[in-house]
Design a binder for this molecule. Structure first.
Ligand code: FAD
Length: 387
C-alpha cells in the first residue's frame, strides 16, 4: 500500500532490511538499558555503503537521491531499530556536498564514504535561544587563518561518536546585519583536534537512548579552511540541510508507524480475551486503521517532498508537512499499539515502550510541531509571521 518503488529502490530497502535482521529488538533493548551506542550496527551500515548514499560517486559514495536515503532510514526504524544513531551523517552530508569547496569535498567525502571519518554531530540548538535559531549566541571571530569560537550548545547528539561536527555560529553580530538570517556561518570542526583545546563536552541523559551532550566552547580554534560555504551565508546553507533532515525524519516516523501497526496487529490476532481475539473488537481495530491511513498519507507527502528535492526544486512546505504528518502518525500508531498491548505494552521485553519513547521525540526535535505550523501559516497561507 506504500507508494510504488522502482526495482532499484526495492533492492535498497530489502538489502537494508537484511542488515537490520542481524540486530533484533533485544540488541536495541539492551543498548537502551545501558544508554549504549549501536557501534556494530553503525559499522555494518557503513561497511555496506548505506551511510554514503548521498555522497556523489566520484567521491566514493553511491550518488543516490534523498528518496533512496529516506528508504534506508525508514527500513531501520521499521525493523524495530533506531536510525537516530546515524541519521545525521545523511543530512549533514548534503550541506557539505552542496556547499563545500572542491578541496573540502576531496578532503572529507572519500574518508566519510569509506567510514574512516564519521560526521554525525550537528551543533545548532543553544540553551538560551532554543527554536529561535537566528538569535544564537555562539560567536566565531576570524583571526588570521583561524576562527576563534566562544559559546554554548545543548542537545548536540552523537558528539562522542563522531569525528567531525557541523557547527552553526554567528560571525557578524546581529545588530550589524540587515536581516537576522545574515551573519551566520557553518564550521566543520575536527573533534580530535578540538579535544582539550577550548571544548568541553558533558553528556546529557534523556528519556531515550540518544547520546546527546552539552557543549561548552571557550576559545576553540577552527581553521578558516573549514568554513563551509560563504561566511555570513550559513543560514541559507543550513536550509538545504534542513529540508533533507525533515524528509529523512519523516521517513523514520513512517518506519516507526509501520512497526507499531504490524506489532499491534500481530498481538491483536493472537491475544484471546473473552474467548475471542482482541483484534475482533472494533475498539481495537479502528485506532489501528486510523493510524495506518494517516501513516500512508504521510508516506505520500514524503514521496512528494523527496521528488521535489531530488529534482532540485523548492520543497520547504512539502518537507515540513511530511515531517509534521509523519510525526503525528507515528505517535498515533504508538498510542494505538501500546493500548492494544494492555499491560504488556509497558513491559520492556515487548519493545513497545522503548519505541513509544523514541518516536515521541519527533514532535519536538529536530523542529517542533508548533514551529512547523507557524511556518505553514506564514509561508503557505500568507498569514502574518508569528514567531
Ligand atoms: C533527544 C534530543 C536530541 C537532539 N539533538 C539535537 C542535535 O543533534 N543538534 C541540535 O542542534 N539540536 C538537537 N536537539 C534540539 C532540538 O532541535 C530542540 O529541542 C528543538 O528544536 C526545540 O528547541 P527547544 O528545546 O529549545 O525548545 P523551545 O524553543 O524552548 O520551545 C519550547 C516549546 O515552546 C514552543 N514554542 C516556542 N516558540 C513558539 C512560538 N513562537 N509559537 C508556538 N510555540 C512555540 C515549541 O514548539 C516547544 O514546544 C535535540 C533535542 C532532543 C530532545
Amino acid at each position: 500500500m506504500s507508494a510504488p518503488l522502482t526495482a532499484e529502490q526495492r533492492q535498497i530497502r530489502d538489502a537494508v532490511r537484511e542488515v537490520c535482521s542481524d540486530y533484533p529488538g533485544e540488541y536495541w533493548r539492551n543498548l537502551d538499558e545501558v544508554q549504549g551506542y549501536p557501534t556494530e550496527f553503525v559499522r555494518a551500515l557503513t561497511q555496506g555503503g548505506w551511510l554514503a548514499a548521498l555522497i556523489p560517486e566520484q567521491y566514493g559514495g553511491s550518488g543516490l537521491g534523498i528518496l533512496e536515503a529516506s528508504l534506508i532510514m525508514e527500513a531501520i526504524n521499521a525493523s524495530g531499530g533506531n536510525a537516530a544513531a546515524c541519521h545525521a551523517q545523511m543530512y549533514i552530508m548534503d550541506v557539505v556536498t552542496r556547499r563545500g569547496t572542491e578541496q573540502q569535498k576531496q578532503r572529507f567525502l572519500p574518508a566519510l564514504a569509506s567510514g574512516h571519518l564519521r560526521l554525525q554531530a550537528f551543533g545548532v540548538t543553544e540553551p538560551t535561544t532554543g527554536s529561535d535559531t537566528t538569535q544564537l549566541r555562539t560567536r566565531a571571530e576570524r583571526r588570521g587563518d583561524r576562527y576563534v569560537v566562544h559559546g554554548q550548545k545543548v542537545f548536540t547528539s552523537r558528539l562522542e561518536h563522531s569525528d567531525l561536527m557541523l557547527l552553526l555560529v554567528r560571525t557578524t553580530p546581529i545588530d550589524e546585519v540587515q536581516k537576522r538570517t545574515h551573519g551566520l556561518s557553518i564550521l566543520l570542526v575536527d573533534l580530535a583536534e578540538a579535544a582539550g583545546n577550548g571544548i568541553e563536552v558533558r553528556p546529557l541523559r534523556t528519556m531515550i537512548n540518544h547520546h546527546t551532550c552539552e557543549l561548552f566552547l571557550d576559545g576553540l580554534e577552527v581553521p578558516a579552511a573549514n568554513l563551509i560555504g560563504e561566511e555570513g551565508e550559513g543560514f541559507r546553507a543550513l536550509l538545504d540541510g534542513l529540508n533533507a533532515e525533515r524528509i529523512l525524519i519523516a521517513a523514520e516516523c513512517i518506519g516507526d508507524g509501520d512497526w507499531f501497526i504490524r506489532k499491534a496487529c500481530g498481538y491483536a490476532r493472537e491475544r484471546v480475551v473473552f474467548a475471542r481475539p482482541i483484534g475482533q473488537n472494533q475498539g481495537i481495530q479502528f485506532p489501528l486503521s486510523q493510524a495506518y491511513a494517516h501513516t500512508r498519507a504521510a508516506d505520500l507527502m514524503r514521496f512528494r517532498a523527496a521528488g521535489l528535492y531530488d529534482d532540485g526544486q523548492p520543497c520547504g512546505p512539502q518537507a515540513n508537512m511530511a515531517k509534521l504528518l509523519a510525526a503525528d502518525a507515528s505517535w498515533e500508531a504508538a498510542n494505538a499499539c501500546l493500548q492494544t498491548h494492555g499491560g504488556y505494552g509497558f513491559a520492556a521485553d515487548y519493545d513497545v515502550e522503548r519505541k513509544f519513547r523514541e518516536t515521541r521525540l519527533y514532535q519536538v526535535a529536530p523542529v517542533s510541531t508548533n514551529l512547523i505550523l507557524a511556518y505553514i501559516a506564514e509561508k503557505v497561507l500568507g498569514l502574518p509571521r508569528s514567531y
